[in-house]
Design a protein around this ligand. Structure first.
Ligand code: PLP
Length: 382
């Protein structure tokens, strides 16, 4: 059942695809044993299913299977990468070091880094340029003698801009600084060279790629020392304790497989729809400000500020016809730190819309959303 006529919020989450559901089905009721229990065939079957999935994921991502750490989502994977690596490294060196990130990162990167600051690490939070993209020179200037870690996402969840992660990885690699990148929004939407030298660890999430909620993946170089952030039965080589969710792991694997195999088709199709959307809105309405670069952008994200309207009213009037966001799904209604970082005022941030397209979005949906937004905005501006 569709709760709203038009859904343009596929960066918040995606529906689990039928193929993924079918792949998961046997692991809820037939193969239900605890994969950590090797004392009977129930547990052994579950454990074997995870081994097969792990190998398949490793081959899809072109890494060795020891590098995959399953988590409860990308939030946990980001926390584990940042807290786990920084703390392990501080213990090794005997002092906390310096970290670099971007002010427009997702809270699941910014908050653990702020926690590290409280623990004595020094942090540089770079501001992006007005188009949302990092200035490489600023990054070069920010490196310090004891910089240990850089975390910069590949694609922004609110404004869709693409960061030059290949260049960032290269700069980190040259300086023997570890580089973590949050690939949650980029994965399945743009091609990524997972094996590029200098990408030391990255994060993905099941529910952003038509897989299940509650599963994420941290892919880490096997020579990285990562401290656990939770303790228990020693699963995942002691790095992430907790019974592995077999159906979710099978679902994540299937959603990764489908996302990578259909990437080209979906991303080209969505880019065409994105152009239709932005040009169509501009034909109908004046005074729309694009947030973030249009060229260096995910094919499924549009974010713009509507000048001359009250943001609260705009969202309220659109809500019956359209599911979209003003910013990140995790922002709890507070003003978007991403839009403020680009220099938007609080009022502009409030009257901004994030429209995100999905695999099932059609050209007719795009025409309808243009009509709905134009009607509401024209009404409010009258
Ligand atoms: C860029 C980015 N990173 C991390 C997350 C958190 O992912 P999860 O919901 O799997 O914890 C999100 C979710 O919105 C996101 O967009």
């Amino acid at each position: 059942m569709k709760s709203t006529p038009l859904v343009f919020d596929y960066q918040s989450s995606t529906p689990c695809s039928r193929t993924v559901l079918d792949a998961m089905a046997p692991y809820w009721i037939d193969v239900w044993g605890n994969p950590s229990n090797r004392q009977n065939s129930l547990g052994l079957h579950s454990s074997a299913a995870i081994s097969v999935a792990r190998d398949q994921l490793a081959s899809l991502l072109k890494v060795s299977s020891q590098r995959l750490i399953f988590t409860s989502g990308a939030t946990e994977a980001n926390n584990l990468a940042l807290l786990g690596y920084a703390r392990a490294r501080a213990i090794e060196k005997g002092f906390p070091g310096h970290l670099i990130t971007l002010s427009t990162e997702h809270p699941s990167v910014l908050e653990p880094i702020r926690q590290l600051k409280k623990e004595g690490f020094r942090v540089t939070e770079l501001q992006p340029r007005e188009d949302g993209i990092i200035q490489i020179d600023q990054l070069i200037d920010a490196f310090q003698k004891d910089t240990m870690l850089v975390s910069i996402m590949a694609a922004n969840n609110e404004i869709g801009v693409l960061q030059p992660i290949a260049k960032i990885a290269e700069l980190c690699h040259e300086r023997a600084v570890k580089f973590h990148t949050d690939l949650v929004q980029a994965f399945g939407n743009i091609p990524i060279n997972f094996n590029q030298n200098g990408i030391d660890f990255y994060t993905i999430s099941g529910h952003k790629i038509y897989g299940p909620k509650g599963i994420g993946l941290l892919v880490a170089r096997d020579d990285l020392n990562i401290q656990p952030i939770q303790w228990g039965g020693g699963q995942e080589n002691g790095i992430r304790a907790g019974t592995l969710p077999v159906p979710l792991i099978i679902g994540l694997t299937k959603s990764v497989e489908v996302s990578l195999s259909k990437l080209d088709y979906h991303s080209k199709r969505m880019r065409i729809l994105l152009e239709q959307l932005w040009h169509g809105l501009n034909n109908e309405l004046s005074d729309l400000i694009l947030n973030g670069s249009f060229d260096q952008r995910l094919p499924n994200n549009l974010n713009f500020t509507v000048k001359g309207v009250n943001g609260t009213l705009l969202h309220k009037k659109l809500r019956p016809y359209l599911a979209c966001s003003s910013g990140s799904a995790c922002s709890n209604g507070s003003l978007s730190h991403v839009l403020l970082s680009l220099g938007r005022t609080a009022q502009e941030a409030e009257s901004s819309l994030r429209l995100s397209l999905g695999r099932s979005t059609t050209s007719t949906d795009v025409a309808s959303v243009i009509a709905v937004i134009s009607k509401v905005v024209n009404h409010l501006r009258r």
